[in-house]
Design a protein around this ligand. Structure first.
Ligand code: GDP
Ligand code: MG
Length: 195
């Protein structure tokens, strides 16, 4: 048979979405289990690393990997992240704010920009994305993006992909930590499967 390709130990995950949706807060919650509530436009590092064990659902094998989680430093306001940010990404978390429809409408642009920058325009459905609707802790009366609307988007964007099915969707809160661990675990697992 065909010999298996060497598996990577380091996986690059990137977080994309409009400014203010909570990307940095989600990363900090997942990485250090912290939430400050303060707005910081920049962070010191290009990425944070986290060691995790991931079970490959296809083989049952447990893989110890280092996740490199890349966050933007505010440049996303100008939609000019540069190819170095995108290059070599193993999986992408797309984030919107459930109380902000514009951030939801912009998801298609973020997804398209990423695929263009890494030269996968025609293979979008095969690339591992996870969708996070953040700030679910806010009052339900302030919700602007119904869960069903997000799930429809995930169906459409995932159609025809080798991952076979819709993009996984999580409603999260970086503030209360709801679903944050689960969303990143799914992201890392898809990165492991896809490579
Ligand atoms: P980024 O620009 O996408 O990196 O967003 P930030 O992580 O800087 O967050 C923007 C603002 O939203 C900050 O004031 C955060 O404290 C707040 N925020 C982030 N996540 C949540 C959340 O899950 N719930 C609530 N209520 N506020 C959040
Ligand atoms: Mg940020």
């Amino acid at each position: 048979g065909r010999s298996a390709p060497a598996k990577k130990h380091m996986l690059k995950l990137i977080i994309l979405g409009d400014s203010g949706v909570g990307k940095t807060s989600l990363m900090n919650r997942y990485h250090s289990n912290k939430f400050t509530g303060q707005y910081k436009a920049t962070i010191g590092a290009d990425f944070l690393s986290k060691h995790v064990s991931i079970t490959d659902p296809q083989t049952g094998a447990v893989r110890n990997v280092t996740l490199q989680i890349w966050d933007t430093a505010g440049q996303e306001r100008f939609q000019s992240l540069g190819v170095a940010f995108y290059r070599g990404a193993d999986a992408v978390a797309l984030v919107y704010d459930v109380g902000d429809s514009k951030s939801f409408d912009n998801l298609e642009n973020w997804r398209g920009e990423f695929l263009k920058q890494v030269g996968l325009d025609d293979k979008g459905a095969s690339f591992p994305f996870v969708l996070l609707g953040n700030k679910i802790d806010r009052p339900e009366s302030e919700r602007r993006v119904p869960r069903e609307r997000a799930e429809e988007w995930c169906e459409r964007a995932g159609l025809g992909g080798e991952m076979g099915g819709p993009i996984p969707h999580f409603e999260t809160s970086a503030k209360t930590a709801e679903n944050v661990e689960g969303a990143f675990l799914e992201l890392a697992t898809l990165a492991v499967i896809h490579q």
